[in-house]
Design a protein around this ligand. Structure first.
Ligand SMILES: Cc1cc2nc3c(=O)[nH]c(=O)nc-3n(C[C@H](O)[C@H](O)[C@H](O)COP(=O)(O)OP(=O)(O)OC[C@H]3O[C@@H](n4cnc5c(N)ncnc54)[C@H](O)[C@@H]3O)c2cc1C
Length: 812
């Protein structure tokens, strides 16, 4: 065994093996994998081997595509059979909503280069004769679906990695991890200690325990999962004889079942409603290539549906039943990347579909480790999307919810109830009394909209316009014509202070830092010149700043800041969480409301747009910024949480003479679209550059900052694509607005995708933001269409915000 190496990958399942392979492929060959038993001994060996390209997140779809395409390559390079079967797959719909979902999935597939086809149920029956037509109304056919042998795949990765110089130590268990002052690791195993620059936690079923070795509680939980394999079936033999093809795979959403051919019989698995977590607190270390007792009673309701939908299955004998555990994160996507504040500790775990995703996960992590950036948009699986709120019990509730909803639609306006309410601000009860409809982001409850008095505060879930539509329209009108009040605690807030802060931040930000008492907007880039952050920066001292950014990215951004802090620096970086909470007043009467409760002059001459100062509001010490995401005259008022209720009551009373209304996140999204304001995660992500995103006014080349050279090079050659702003004509009979991820068509071809959409209630227009090739973004380009639920709707390119392009309302 080596005494030292560059990387130790902990875990020899399909994911660890893929990470090892991709590290060697990226040129890091002094790398080691340690496995406590045999390769695949965790959840990999008993996987059903199924693989699909579709995923709710288009970027994860891309990784799944990559994974499936990789198998031929590693099979050829290793000489190890992966037993690749690609018979294609059917997704079967039983109702209109699922058909809509399939159409939207097909549309998304268009810009991902996927060849997906909507087919009739008669066509589906011809491909998959076991199904009973009367239970279905249509299907989506994906030619690139199939299954592989999980053990073959793991060994193929391992052989390729070994051939490139990697070493694999089986029967070697990591017992502890110790970090040296220089950030390197002592990996203490039962066979000796290896000193490594980096460690990767690919511990699968034991990822939690490998996390605990460094004091981490990763949000990952194993669930029991059952599939059965039938005896040989004559219907299968007849199909193979007649067509010469294997049966395609089938996903039956209504039945919550997946099916595929396994030799002469069929394999049927289900995500049962009566689901059971496995080892919810601690995974036993003596669990080795074991299965769990088969429990067909638990899946009896799903089996009943299966036998109705596929009658031949009901009479086939059952050859074997597999019940095995595998891991999930709360949203079902993997946890990948470095950990905030823990140098050189990487995770690649909670991979629930290791055969669909393992290749992409390995590629992303290896690229991140070797090049400092994953090289692709992996936001949907970045471990940093969870914060401290994702405790063991929260993870348990969310994973169980997610497992049971695996084959259910989550509508774009749907809020899932498990693990809520958990994280609330002090005015939660106040807003609930005002009939708030709540949503949760990054664990925190925030008001989406306020139902009318006397009506139930519940939103109908739909792909189209919901019961919230007319109510949100009123909220928007209140802001634009009078004044609105909303909670803005769901921003991430940071305080950065101490000697050298200004110089340090300036080296991270594209825009100039603001003067004392002022706010500026800035982007933050990686060395490749891509957007890793977008912030409002408020200066309250020479070396004292507040930063406001996306709450969902709080861990992601603080990881970046902490990683870039100079060693031993006196600079203090703090994520403020709910130690600072906020309310925002916006609208033409906002100044009148706030002025009535403060002695500080808010006249524009004294408190102009983009001012940020300490102000007493009533008796409450607050920081007040003259800014709002609504694009109107407005103020954000930030206070310690113990003052928030008093602040709310004070402002609410002060607003009465002006008929102030509460407004929520939905109205805010409509208002910001009307002003063409982009947002993190949608328009601003690490795959876009600031030139592509139209952030030109955030860029000042009068100082050095990370990513500047790449930005200048891009300025010289021009951006490849550009963010465009479109007015879309919804279907007049069944109006539906753009949500995000819809394809943008031009001249009969898909040229781009939508990042955000909303109905701009005040201006009365349905809007979209999205990316297209730069050549098509020129003003005057005509002929755009956006595909909404299977219908291509005409879209007009706009060059300015539909409301107040000069920004005079904000500055009034
Ligand atoms: C019944 C069933 C059916 C499934 N069907 C499919 C399917 O059709 N398609 C699909 O894509 N996925 C399927 N899966 C999921 C798939 O099995 C997992 O996604 C995959 O196995 C995850 O691989 P992994 O490498 O992350 O974890 P694991 O396979 O659990 O590997 C982790 C490895 O780490 C080792 N390890 C842990 N801690 C240490 C330590 N301290 N020291 C040394 N070694 C350590 C373990 O021994 C283990 O071998 C199925 C799972 C089950 C249970």
């Amino acid at each position: 065994m080596k005494a030292s190496t560059q990387v130790v990958v902990i875990g020899g399942g399909v994911v660890g093996a893929s990470v090892l392979y991709h590290l060697t492929k990226a040129g890091w060959t002094d790398v080691v994998l340690v496995e406590r038993k045999e390769l695949t001994a965790g959840s990999t060996w008993h996987a059903a081997g199924g693989m699909h390209t579709l995923n709710g997140d288009p970027n994860v779809s891309k990784l799944q595509q990559y994974t499936i395409q990789l198998y031929k390559e590693i099979e050829a390079a290793s000489g190890q059979s992966c037993s690749i079967h690609l018979p294609g797959g059917l997704m079967l719909a039983s109702d209109r909503e699922r058909m809509d979902w399939l159409r939207m999935a097909q549309a998304r597939g268009r810009y991902l280069g996927m060849d997906l086809e909507i087919i009739s149920i008669a066509e589906a029956k011809a491909l998959f004769p076991l199904l009973e037509e009367k239970y279905f109304i249509g299907a989506l056919y994906d030619p690139v679906e199939g299954h592989v042998d999980p053990t073959g795949v793991t060994n193929a990765y391992a052989i390729c990695a070994r051939n490139a110089g990697a070493e694999i130590y089986r029967h070697t268990k990591v017992d502890a991890l110790g970090q040296r002052p220089d950030g390197t690791w002592d990996v203490i195993t039962d066979q000796g200690t290896i000193h490594a620059e980096h460690v990767v936690n690919a511990g699968g079923l034991w990822a939690r325990e490998v996390g605990r070795m460094v004091g981490l509680e990763l949000p990952v939980l194993a669930m029991e999962h059952i599939y059965l394999v039938t005896e040989d079936m004559p219907e299968v033999a007849a199909h193979v004889a007649a067509t010469g093809n294997e049966m395609p795979m089938a996903l039956d959403f209504a039945g919550e079942i997946y099916i595929r051919q396994e030799q002469g019989g069929m394999l049927l698995g289900t995500y049962e409603q009566a689901n059971v977590p496995w080892s919810p607190r601690e995974t036993p270390w003596d669990f080795n290539m074991q299965l769990l007792p088969p429990d067909l009673d638990r899946i009896a309701p799903e089996l009943e549906v299966a036998f109705r939908h596929y009658p031949a299955m009901g009479v086939a004998g059952i050859k074997s039943v597999v019940n095995g555990p595998f891991t999930f994160s709360p949203d079902g996507n993997p946890l990948v990347g470095p950990i905030r504040g823990l140098r050189n500790y990487w995770v690649a775990c909670a991979v629930m579909a290791g055969l669909s995703q393992g290749g992409g996960v390995g590629l992303a992590l290896a690229t991140w480790m070797t090049e400092g950036d994953p090289g692709m948009d992996i936001w949907g699986m970045d471990v940093a999307r969870y914060g401290d709120y994702a405790t063991l019990a929260y993870t348990n509730a969310k994973v169980r919810e997610n497992y049971g909803r695996r084959f259910r639609i989550t509508f774009p306006n749907e809020e899932l109830p498990a693990g809520r309410p958990l994280h609330t601000t002090p005015i939660y009860d106040r807003l609930t009394e005002h009939n708030a409809v709540w949503g949760a982001g990054f664990g925190l409850e925030h008001p989406l909209w306020f139902q009318r008095p006397g009506e139930t505060p519940v939103e109908q879930v739909t792909f189209r316009r919901s019961n919230a539509f007319p109510v949100v329209a009123e909220e928007c009108r209140a802001v634009r014509e009078r004044v609105g009040l909303t909670e803005c605690s769901n921003f991430a807030k940071y305080r950065v202070s101490g000697p050298g802060t200004a110089e340090w931040l300036q080296g991270l930000f594209t825009n100039r830092l603001p003067a004392h008492g002022r706010v500026s907007l800035t982007a933050m880039l990686n060395p490749q010149g891509r957007i890793v952050g977008e912030f409002s920066v408020a200066r309250v001292g020479e070396d004292d700043f507040f930063l406001f950014g996306s709450q969902a990215a709080e861990v992601h951004h603080s990881r970046w800041f902490i990683d870039h802090l100079p060693a031993g620096s006196p600079i203090r970086f703090r994520a403020l969480g709910l130690s600072l909470v906020g309310l925002s007043v916006a609208g033409p009467k906002a100044r009148d409301v706030l002025q009535s409760v403060t002695a500080t002059s808010l006249a524009t001459a004294d408190f102009p747009f983009m001012t940020f100062r300490r102000v007493d509001v009533g008796m409450i010490p607050a920081w007040v910024g003259r800014m709002t995401y609504s694009g109107d005259l407005g103020y954000e008022i930030w206070v310690a949480p113990e003052y928030q209720r008093a602040l709310f009551d004070l402002l609410w009373e002060a607003g009465r003479p002006h008929d102030m209304a509460l407004f929520g996140f939905r109205a805010l999204m409509s208002l910001r679209m009307e002003k063409m304001f982009g947002t993190w995660y949608r328009e601003y992500r690490p795959i876009y550059t600031p030139l592509e995103a139209g952030m030109d006014r955030y860029l000042r080349l009068d100082h050095e900052f990370i990513g500047r050279a790449a930005l200048e090079a891009e300025m010289a050659r021009g951006p490849e694509r550009h963010l465009v702003y479109l007015a879309v004509d919804p279907d007049p009979d069944e109006p539906a607005d753009v949500i995000g991820d819809e394809p943008i068509w031009h001249d009969g071809a898909v040229v781009g995708w939508v990042t955000s959409g909303a109905y701009a209630h005040y201006s009365g227009v349905s809007l979209a933001l999205g990316y297209v090739p730069a050549g098509l973004a020129a003003p005057g380009t005509e002929g755009f269409e956006v595909e909404i639920i299977g219908h291509r709707r005409p879209a007009r390119l706009l060059t300015h915000p539909v409301l107040d392009p000069a920004g005079s309302r904000m500055r009034a």
